[in-house]
Design a protein around this ligand. Structure first.
Ligand code: 9D3
Length: 229
């Protein structure tokens, strides 16, 4: 799958995707990640990409021309990309949205904004607007990386172990069951006896019940969703 990003800070995308699962998928050709700097599309000899807001106020707004030129350039070379603006005003990202983005056949173009926002007139150039949650970040770069990681790990072959996908807790709508490894006793706390019993049927039932309890207690919103199916 192809991921394209337009950003003023292309170097932010280097180290997070070098190692790890996504880096490996890029090396294997399962993911193509292309980061396109916005700066060369800036105006004048200073390559200006922002300006003061009409009507006054503090902060700067991204001018429409550089964004539009960068989007035209990328989509001219790669037709059919699903164009996403990363913005605090977007639809809140989650597992269901990750699955929808995975299904975009020509890949994704994620645009990361900076400053106080973008000129309202470039909104119409996008297919979708996405936020990663209700907290303030400095720009759309980290949100774009979150989307790339969450969608990327759903691509068949990207995860080492295919079991971990089918058991994915957010897909099932529950939190994970409690996990234990060695030693059998740590600071007086013992591993639940059932996990040492070797009875796989009992283990499965215990885990299901614990996951359900934990979800009801900590994430009643998820519990309601999963009991509705
Ligand atoms: C503090 C400024 N805010 C109120 C006037 C507006 C604002 C503008 C730009 C707040 C954040 C940003 C930069 N953030 C993003 O571009 C962004 C983001 C985020 O901040 N949180 C969650 N998801 C996203 S996606 C893009």
């Amino acid at each position: 799958m192809e991921f394209h990003v337009i950003t003023l800070f292309p170097e932010m995308f280097e180290s997070p995707f070098r190692g790890g699962m996504i880096g490996r998928a890029v090396e294997q050709g399962l993911i193509q990640l292309r980061v396109h700097p916005l700066r060369p599309f800036g105006l004048g000899s200073y390559r200006q990409v922002d300006d003061a807001p009409y009507g006054g106020g503090s902060g700067m707004v991204m001018r429409p021309e550089p964004l539009a030129a960068a989007i035209d350039d990328v989509t001219g070379q790669h037709p059919g990309l699903w164009k996403v603006l990363m913005t605090p005003q977007g639809e809140v990202f989650g597992h269901a949205l990750a699955r929808e983005l995975l299904a975009k056949p020509r890949g994704l173009l994620l645009v990361a904004g900076r400053y106080e926002g973008i000129d309202e007139r470039v909104r119409s150039l996008f297919d979708q607007e996405i936020s990663i949650g209700d907290y303030v970040l400095s720009g759309g770069e980290l949100p774009a990386m979150v989307v790339i990681e969450a969608v990327g790990r759903l691509i068949p072959g990207v995860l080492g172990n295919p079991d971990s996908l089918t058991e994915e807790s957010f897909a099932a709508g529950t939190l994970e069951y409690p996990q234990y490894t060695r030693p059998e006793e740590f600071r007086g706390m013992r591993v639940p006896e059932v996990l040492l019993s070797g009875d796989h049927g009992k283990v499965r039932e215990w885990r299901r019940a614990e996951a359900e309890k934990r979800t009801a207690l900590r994430r009643p919103d998820l519990a309601r969703k999963s009991s509705r199916g």
